[in-house]
Design a binder for this molecule. Sequence first.
Ligand code: NAD
Ligand code: MG
Length: 388
Amino acid sequence: MAQKRLAILGSTGSIGTQALAIVDAHPQLFSVEILSAHSNAALLIEQAGKYQPNAVVVTDAKAYETVKQALSGSNVKVFEGHNALNEVVQWDTVDFVLGAIVGYAGLHSTLSAIEAGKTIGLANKETLVVAGELVMQKAAEKRVPIIPVDSEHSAIFQCLAGERMDTIEKIILTASGGPFLGKKPNFLVNVKKAHALQHPNWSMGAKISIDSATLMNKGLEMIEAKWLFGLQNEQIEVVIHPQSIVHSLVQFTDGSIKAQMGLPDMKLPIQYAMAFPQRIQNDFPRFQFKNYGTLTFEDPDIKTFRNLQLATQAMYKSGNMPCVLNAANEVVVNAFINNKVGFLEMSDIIEQTMEQLPFIEKPNMEELIASDTEARAYAEQLLQNNDY
Ligand code: NAD
Ligand code: MG
């Protein structure tokens, strides 16, 4: 395999740092061309020193000044802001772009990379939630492969190797259920962020950890899967699997089901995406059946975890509704992390935002950007008015 030159967007995050650990293990296969971060200047400076990328991009103004100064004597170019991000991903010296920014903030750089024909490793699921139809259209037009990094989608992608897409009957996304599996509203009404951040099986960034606790993450993943694999809404199912060993499944038109399994470790799907179409050897711990006497499966409790229901509604409604759902969710998750809203109230605000925003059936990119802005403003307003 020729050495791939990587742009790692969001290199200081949970996915970004694990991607760099894979580079460490396979320096002959990967080199680092671009790194980007928002506000973690210290870690970005350290990464720049170690990997000597051609350029780093910093999106937070204050952090930019710090990074710029620290790297002033080095060969590493330092740029500021999202426009710079959109430019560097298009450089000829970039082969592969890992989209590992969190949230809507990752949308435009991913699109820009697709526009330039770069292969994408996509962790940033919000890109497909907000603008899945437009993003996949652009990828098809530019013949750009989008390789999923999200573990469920990597599982489905791996199950589909050698299969025809028209033989998919349905896909089944597994969900651990998060830290509050089995809990009811009378318990959830009092939970705080520290508890919600403690995921039983995965160690992840703050936003996705809260989304896992509310099951919004699984809702976002349904929408992500719909666009990634070109599915009808009815072909997408969710099952709770608390052990997180079966990473997802595909059922084919003859009733046969394929599953992809392994220990819950994001390094595996990240490595798979980075190396695709190769599979490369590693020394990650292996799953052993004897250590897991039982693997269990149950239906999600959508009455309690209403975000999954809201996301399903947004998926069926389509148009700008998933974008509105995502924007309201980003606002309430941020508020929850800052102790400004209760766990259950997050769903109320998302629901009201979805009800109030004008529906657009076939939004273009400008309309999606406007919907995102309006939904954020509306959700913020609700937060303030209701004094949660
Ligand atoms: P994180 O919070 O750990 O890291 C986010 C990265 O994005 C950081 O490098 C940060 O500097 C950068 N960033 C944050 N806000 C930004 C902004 N406004 N502009 C530009 N850059 C910004 O997040 P994470 O857990 O690594 O998740 C990244 C993405 O991958 C998310 O979309 C998440 O849903 C997805 N994902 C993560 C995991 C996981 O295990 N962490 C698993 C599956 C999917
Ligand atoms: Mg996932």
